[in-house]
Design a protein around this ligand. Structure first.
Ligand SMILES: Cc1ncc(COP(=O)(O)O)c(C=O)c1O
Length: 472
């Protein structure tokens, strides 16, 4: 059994933290599973793991973990069985659609299609664009700030891209100018940048798209875990997000939106359940979500995703915002006060209090981002993301072709997580690295690392290989 010991940096004077931040974010807003796990330090001992990587995958809400245990005994095939457990599983699965529709403010006739994740949802939509059959009905228009999930699926269909301006206002002007050229069928835009956490004005962009005869799809992978979304109020046509970023890491994502294109589009997964009638040499496809959900659906993923949306929807909006905003402001102010640290953002006119989510992007002069990430993990028990965040065009344009660091947090976070990061970076600038590091399989790792994983995890640290989207 391991016990937590104080790392050199855990005892940070509380008087260095403004009261307003402590009051809003001294404690987690909601309990998450794994909040107290211990991370081994390279020099020996353990510290509480400071998880600042929510933007990649967020931990499960404990309510969601408990719900999973509650429904697990009733797990059975969906849509395929007359048995008691099958009926229950089917009911839970179908009801999950209603819960998710309500969460996003969906219209009564919107399709709610369960997928694997946001990437899957956007690929599904790409296969349903009018013109995907060869008769082009217009281009998909996207910005250069997008995650690859909202960029690459459109490259297989008629498309146009534009470079976002250095202000939100300028970016809207650029989008307007492009839409005025005509011939755009769909504007694909992120709700919030996974790189910098800056929020885009979705309602305004939706109105702009519609004024020019285009529809809009919002990649809400980052937005939905941080802000209420209402596709009816914002007049958004399609919305995609992932359970694993919304505190339900059980393998489901979702696409919600207008049924006409989806019902006419190419079935995303041809197979059982997606048809009305199949013959040896032909098929009559189903309409509705079934058309795209071929094969046995992920009932537990969909059910837990739906349960997570209920918890998130029940949060007091002011407290939710204050919690996240306190951690972000504290972190940004702290990082900016450290010599040699640069905090990155895309737009000059972003209001940091209103227009950002719990994501902070930065770099440390003189240190490779991957090395800083390895150091923070090995010497401070802090987990964050380094690299190019699956947003290569944006990183290149921000002048960060070899990547940067991203701290991200959410409802299970507390100010102490940010303190731990700041103390680690301060120490790095003051004392340098406390250990030797080498590059192994493209990743910085501590040399002579004797730490071990739990017995049920086969890898030893450092053998995981390069993170996605880091390599050239
Ligand atoms: C903005 C954004 N869009 C899409 C994705 C892809 O999400 P997933 O990996 O769940 O498909 C991510 C993941 O990081 C993201 O941040």
């Amino acid at each position: 059994m391991t016990t937590a010991v104080d790392s050199p940096i855990t005892a940070i004077a509380a008087d260095r933290v403004p009261d307003k931040y402590l009051a809003a974010a001294g404690h987690p807003l909601a309990a998450v599973t794994g909040a107290e796990i211990l991370a081994p330090l390279i020099s020996g001992g353990h510290v509480r793991y400071a998880n600042l990587d929510y933007g990649a995958s967020a931990p499960a809400l404990t309510v969601v973990s408990a719900y999973l245990n509650e429904i697990l005994p009733f797990y059975a095939s969906v849509h395929r069985g007359a048995g008691y457990a099958s009926q229950i599983s089917t009911s839970v699965y179908e009801n999950a659609r209603n819960i998710v529709r309500e969460f996003v403010g969906g219209r009564p006739d919107d399709s709610v299609i369960f997928t694997r994740n946001t990437t899957d949802s956007l690929n599904l939509l790409a296969g349903c664009l009018p013109g995907a059959d060869g008769k082009s009905a217009g281009d998909v228009l996207y910005l250069d700030i997008e995650h690859h999930a909202n960029l690459l699926p459109w490259q297989g269909v008629p498309h146009r891209s534009i470079v976002a301006a250095d202000t939100i206002a300028g970016t809207i002007d650029s989008v307007r100018a492009e839409l005025e050229q005509g011939g755009v069928s769909l504007l694909a835009v992120t709700g919030a940048s996974n790189v910098t956490g800056e929020i885009l004005p979705i309602r305004e962009l939706a109105a702009l798209a519609h004024r020019h005869g285009a529809r809009i799809v919002v990649d809400a992978a980052q937005l939905a875990p941080h802000r209420r979304v209402d596709i009816s109020a914002d007049d958004v046509d399609y919305l995609a997000f992932s359970g694993h970023k919304l505190y339900a890491p059980f393998g489901a994502g979702v696409l919600v939106g207008r049924p006409d294109w989806l019902d006419a589009g190419t079935p995303h997964l041809a197979g059982g359940g997606a048809v009305k009638e199949a013959k040896l040499d032909g098929v009559s496809w189903a309409t509705g979500p079934a058309r795209h959900e071929g094969g046995s659906p992920n009932v537990l993923g969909a059910a837990t995703l739906a349960r997570a949306t209920q918890v998130i929807a029940s949060l007091d909006q002011d407290r939710w915002h204050a919690h996240e905003s306190a951690i972000r402001s504290y972190l940004v102010e702290g990082l900016q006060a450290i010599d040699g640290v640069t905090v990155h953002q895309i737009f000059k006119d972003t209001d940091p209090d209103k227009d950002t989510i719990g994501v902070v992007n930065f770099s440390v002069a003189g240190y490779d981002a991957g090395l800083v990430a390895a150091y923070l993990s090995a010497e401070h028990g802090v987990g964050l993301r380094d690299g190019r965040f699956c947003a290569h065009p944006l990183l290149k344009r921000l002048g960060l072709p070899s990547g940067s660091l991203r701290a991200s947090f959410g409802v299970g976070s507390r100010l102490e997580d940010a303190q731990r990061l700041l103390a680690g970076i301060e120490k790095l600038r003051r004392d340098g690295l406390g250990w030797d590091y080498v590059v192994d399989a493209g990743r910085w790792v501590p040399a002579n690392d004797t730490r071990t994983y739990p017995h049920w995890a086969p890898n030893t640290p450092g053998t995981a290989g390069a993170a996605p989207c880091i390599d050239d």
